[in-house]
Design a protein around this ligand. Structure first.
Ligand code: NAD
Length: 481
């Protein structure tokens, strides 16, 4: 059993109220630890600490080179503790080992290293104004105190991809991990302290939605960087309107996959399946709506259902596991309810559709589920399920497939499967999604932006885009008469 505290002004402290909450192992439902449940007094203290650190000489006077070294050191510490961090992520979130150890932890280190390099490359511009005797230039300044609110599906990686650019650009932060999965973020905050981040620059508040709400309305917070559900993103926009906080939002998705008649069906089957069930479908970019050209739909459905039905299901700690548990009983119930709605609305259940019993009955396991004959207006085709549920829909011509793929509120990711070079180039610009993959799995790299169109969010993270998200542009008009 672990027991974690809050990090405020460089000190590890209990919540002012003494409140704690529990976190569970989704693979067996057992409580694995307690964490401090922050209240408004803790939010006030963390915001005050972040403000003081933002104004402090220790942080303001740190050179870009020194900030870069600090971030590089965090990357090294993540790599030093990679095994422990991966085990923690698997324990708390349920991620299969190949996800926690093969993606989450290496990506977190890679992101810190990427932004370590950026700290010395945040450049300005010079404007050719027509005012005689003026030198006019722009430079980028940190936004200030940033609240980084993260979801439960990739706790460490998403915390890293907000924290690293926020620090590279000279902000101070309050990390607020999801209440279901706080442990790896607590460990990340410990590594920041060990790396030598000055007191108050990184603060950590664990707790539920109320902590997030208090940060969003707090006048001392300059920016909210949020990753989570679209519904909460909308609440944040409304709640932050009073002081017009800077807000960036990475929200839900319902990625379409268009499988063309000329696609390599076996590659499409394996790539689509992996893209659909990666982290048990709990990925914002997960492939969910499969538009398959009618001439190939029977073959595709048969092959993907057979492959989905044979995937190894188990705890993330078992190296053979491909499909781990869902994060909580509540989420399991939600996924099961969507599947029930799919059946009720007339979709054809080809495989899955059940919770896993036997030795795994205590955990939150759900069988990969494939539906055929899904209509575009069915709930399972429209709403984000965030579980291992695949919906297959035949189409006749490509224009129709593109229109139907775009008929969604979301616009985070999409994938196209074709052997034709012209199709591979001409279809992506017609798809309303922040990222279009062609003939491959959904991948994330620190060098490329990530974010969505429409109700999938505001702004982009990663690459140089995060530098923009965490800075304000200031113009200086200098009279050199
Ligand atoms: P969630 O929106 O329920 O919670 C996310 C975080 O917000 C948690 O820390 C939670 O405590 C906090 N929160 C809840 N209500 C709040 C409020 N009113 N004000 C401020 N903070 C509040 O999301 P979740 O269920 O943890 O995560 C799953 C969702 O995240 C899915 O919709 C998924 O698509 C999305 N997601 C998006 C991306 C992306 O990059 N676009 C990445 C990962 C996950």
């Amino acid at each position: 059993m672990v027991s974690t505290r809050l990090l405020v002004a460089g000190e590890w402290v209990d919540a002012a109220s003494g409140a704690t909450s529990e976190t569970r192992n989704p693979a067996n439902g057992q409580i694995i630890g307690t964490f401090a449940e922050a209240g408004t007094a803790d939010v006030d203290a963390a915001v005050a600490a972040a403000r003081a650190a933002f104004e402090s000489v220790a942080w303001r006077a740190m050179t870009p080179d020194e900030r870069g070294r600090l971030l590089w050191r965090v990357a090294e510490l993540i790599e030093r503790d990679a095994k422990e961090l991966a085990e923690l992520e698997t324990l708390d979130q349920g991620q299969p080992g190949f996800v926690s150890g093969g993606v989450s932890v290496p990506l977190a280190a890679q992101v810190f290293r990427y932004y370590a390099g950026f700290a010395t490359k945040i450049e300005g511009t010079v404007s050719p104004v027509s005012i005689p005797g003026n030198l006019t230039y722009q430079h980028r300044l940190p936004v200030g105190v940033c609240a980084l609110i993260t979801p439960w599906n990739f706790p460490l990686a998403i915390a890293a991809w907000k924290l690293a650019p926020a620090l590279a650009t000279g902000n101070t932060v309050i990390l607020k991990p999801a209440e279901q999965t706080p442990l790896s973020t607590v460990r990340l905050a410990e590594l920041c302290v060990e790396a030598g981040v000055p007191a108050g620059v990184v603060n950590l508040l664990t707790g539920g939605p109320d902590v997030g709400r208090a940060l969003v309305v707090h006048r001392g917070v300059d920016k909210i960087s949020f990753t989570g559900s679209t519904a909460v993103g909308q609440q944040i926009v409304r709640a932050s309107a009073d002081d017009l906080k800077r807000v960036s939002l990475e929200l839900g998705g319902k990625a379409p996959s268009i499988v063309c008649a000329d696609a390599d069906i076996d590659a499409a089957v394996m790539g689509n399946l992996q893209g659909a069930i990666f982290n048990t479908g709990q990925a914002c970019g997960a492939y969910t709506r499969f538009f398959v050209q009618r001439s190939r739909v029977d073959e595709f459905t048969e092959k993907i259902a057979a492959a989905a039905g044979s995937l190894a299901i188990g705890p993330g700690s078992d190296p053979d596991t491909v499909v781990g548990p869902l994060v909580s009983q509540e989420h399991l119930d939600r996924v099961a309810s969507y599947v029930g709605t799919g059946v009720d609305q007339g979709a054809q259940l080809v495989t899955g559709g059940q919770r896993v019993g036997g030795d795994l009955a205590e955990g939150f396991f759900y069988r990969p589920t494939v539906f055929g004959e899904v209509r575009d207006d069915m709930t399972i085709a429209r709403e984000e399920i965030f579980g291992p549920v695949l919906s297959i829909m035949p189409y006749d011509d490509l224009d129709e497939a593109v229109a139907r793929a775009n008929d969604t509120d979301y616009g985070l990711a999409a994938v196209l499967w074709t052997k034709d070079l012209a199709t591979a180039h001409t279809v992506p610009p017609r798809i309303h999604a922040g990222t279009v993959f062609v003939n491959q799995l959904p991948l994330i790299d620190p060098g490329a932006p990530w974010g969505g169109f429409g109700m999938s969010g505001w702004g982009r993270e990663l690459g140089a885009y995060s530098i923009e998200e965490f800075t304000e542009t200031q113009s200086v008009f200098l009279n050199i008469g």
